[in-house]
Every structure is written in structure tokens, then in C-alpha cells.
Ligand binder design. Structure first.
Ligand code: ZN
Length: 183
């Protein structure tokens, strides 16, 4: 039943990762960004879809995994010019299944841990949303500052250091005089 669902382009709502790994199952399809409320809350809009191409299996070292790619284009706000910014997110997924914290520590470095009980299930949208959230840049901005200038951004002029007029000791002297006066 699960295998048949996974072969359709409609993604199942939930998967059982351990079973999926044992069956070498795939998740191929598209998911609307509206199904990802945490991501939509950060972006402020939820137009578009995520292309999902994931497959599960057992590697030569005996680790069960879910691997593959996610791709989506989201609209965000550039933090330099506050203009709209189209961001292409291409995420490589490499999750190793772990049933408890001890198993997490045993996972090879090539895998991010996916902590889930052996008979447990997870929501596909949560899995995809977690991966996309990790892929968001800390400070979104246009790659090229000229794109920001199109949205009205003016590069600040280099601040000129006026060393001659910097007189920290003069300020200190004034402070000393003030404190003496107040005594
Ligand atoms: Zn910009």
C-alpha cells in the first residue's frame, strides 16, 4: 500500500522511514509551499512548489538512509535593499535513520540524523520543511549589489577617518574638569 502510494506523484502525508528503507522506497513528486507553514511564516508568502526526489535504502555499512534532492524557488526580502529577492533553494538530503540518541552518535558523518522510532512514522511535510529551513541563508540578499541599486539601494560612501580632529584626551580632560567641578 505504502509502496504504491510512493510511486504516484502525489506525496503521501506520512511515511514510515524504517519500512521505506527496507523496501528501498522512493518519494518523488511536488509539494505546495502552502503545506509548509513554518517556512511560509518566515518568507511571508507561500507561492510555488517544492520538487521532491528522495529515495531510501540500506548502505554498505548497514545504515538505513533517506537521500536525494529538494528544489524550490522562493520569494524573500533582500536585507540590503528591502527589494524582492528570488532565491533558488537546491538542497541535498542525506539523512541516516536513528531510533534513539545512542544510535545518533553511531551514525557516519556523511549523514544528518533522522531520529524516529523503528515502528514510527513522520509527516513528509515536516521532513521537507526542516531541510528547507536549514538551507535558508542567514542574511538573504541579492548576489550582485547592482540588483539592489535597481531597487533604490545607494552604496554608502566610505567613511573618512579624520584623525586630526580626533582628540580623545581632550574629551577625557573635559570629563575630569567636570568631575572636579562637581566635588
Ligand atoms: Zn537587494
Amino acid at each position: 500500500m505504502i509502496r504504491r502510494l510512493m510511486q504516484t506523484l502525489l506525496l503521501p502525508g506520512k511515511i514510515r522511514p524504517w519500512l521505506m528503507a527496507d523496501e528501498c522506497g522512493c518519494l518523488n513528486g511536488r509539494l505546495a509551499l502552502t503545506a509548509l507553514p513554518r517556512l511560509a511564516a518566515i518568507l511571508g508568502c507561500a507561492d510555488g512548489e517544492v520538487a521532491v526526489a528522495l529515495s531510501a535504502g540500506l548502505d554498505a555499512q548497514g545504515t538505513r538512509f533517506i537521500k536525494g534532492h529538494l528544489q524550490t524557488e522562493v520569494e524573500w526580502i533582500c536585507q540590503r535593499c528591502l527589494g524582492p529577492l528570488r532565491l533558488l533553494l537546491e538542497v541535498t538530503v542525506s539523512l541516516g535513520l536513528a531510533c534513539d540518541e545512542a544510535a545518533v552518535d553511531q551514525l557516519p558523518d556523511a549523514y544528518e540524523p533522522l531520529l524516529v522510532p523503528e515502528d514510527g512514522s513522520i509527516a513528509v511535510a515536516d521532513l521537507i520543511e526542516d531541510e528547507l529551513l536549514l538551507a535558508l541563508p542567514q542574511i538573504p540578499r541579492h548576489d550582485d549589489v547592482r540588483e539592489c541599486e535597481v531597487h533604490g539601494y545607494l552604496q554608502p560612501a566610505e567613511p573618512v577617518l579624520d584623525l586630526k580632529n580626533r582628540q580623545p584626551f581632550a574629551v577625557l580632560a573635559t570629563l575630569l574638569q567636570d568631575s572636579q567641578r562637581s566635588h
